[in-house]
Design a protein around this ligand. Sequence first.
Ligand code: GUN
Ligand code: ZN
Length: 446
Amino acid sequence: MTTSRLALFGDLLDFTADPGFAPPAEMRGVRWRPGHWLLIEQGRIAGVQAEAPDAGWQRIDHRGRLVMPGFIDTHVHGPQLDVIASHGLALLDWLNTYTFPAEQRHADPAVAAAGAALFLDALLAHGSTAAVVFPTVHKVSAEALFAAAGERGMRLVAGKVLMDRHAPDGLRDDVVQAERDCLELIARWHGRQRLAYAVTVRFAASSTPAQLAMAGRLCRDDPTLYMHTHVAENLDEVRWIGELFPEARSYLDVYHRHGLLHERAVLAHGIWLDAADRALLADTGAQIAHAPSSNLFLGSGLFDWQAAVACGHKVSIASDVGGGTSLSMLRTLADAYKVQALRGVRLGAWKALHAATRGAAEALGLAAEIGHFDVGATADLCVWDWAVGPVARHRDALALGRADGTALHERVFAWMTLGDERNLVETRVAGVERWSDPQRPPEGRR
Ligand code: GUN
Ligand code: ZN
């Protein structure tokens, strides 16, 4: 429902700064306001207070529930809902066997429109209110995605995928037509509502040097555009890029040489980077969208998050469906913890949740709008149950009963690790309810 003055009661959690890999007990950057009212006026955060607001506010009581900013998924493929959970192959074979054939179907405007609606409703039903998205090479698939995100009032960054080689028929464009399509899409969608255009290079292997140069020109001519691609995900892929671009120092350098690395560049994966690559990311301001679920599922490798932090480049979190196996950022963060554990690093819930909210917003240059509950931010948020099912409820009760300084982190970490979309009660975009659990009663939803 739409209302101009709305107050939500619950346990409010957001972040004021990056908690880093500091011991969780330090609570660095954590803003925890249990049992508070979140005031929303005209779709924006108007304040937070302990006392109940007056009758001029529509009040919704989510007592005992967690309220957080909506998650920001910084790399996900809408049309790949068609191939999520496809068995048995590593990246390059997975692309050829499952992904490319599925993407071919999205040339059909009806398939593209239905796919975009299904995908965005699923994002909202998993607790993500903003995303950086790959549609397909087809202009209609980008059109469908932007139109559907606009209808839902969502913050979305996307662009037609560029790929003019090493892909099957029906899934290749050419430089001239691709540039024309990009310019038309930019004119129509970039900066409209909450939508932004990303020059979307699938990966260096599927664009000719001429197409990469065209993509670089688009970025140079309009510095407000994003750039979105994959980099250094899989060792066979890295070797192939070395053969295709022998003049480049590294895979990442291919993008640099074509003017594609900048503050608004989002590069998925970045597992197989070296120190010079990391320094280049830091210099250019480009970010890595870390996709742990996908990296585990496709067997791509273990991302070195601490090296990224040490070099000072930005890292956000991504589901990378359909390489990733869930749109849930909670499941994705649980996988991020496991990836770091295999590297001997213990990722805390604060660092993880910051990366999926405020950290992502900052990396995207959108921190004035999303990722936190600062006054003036757009009220994109989710209400969560702390625990669903007997095991999680038991674990939550034990964490809640503890009185020492780590109790809150323990509780939030258990929620992050055991929770998923079944914990979600409702999702609001700019204050408007865009998803709510039909299984939970509407009044107070409990
Ligand atoms: N590299 C090029 N295309 C893709 C894709 O669709 N998914 C993943 N995970 N990596 C890619
Ligand atoms: Zn991807």
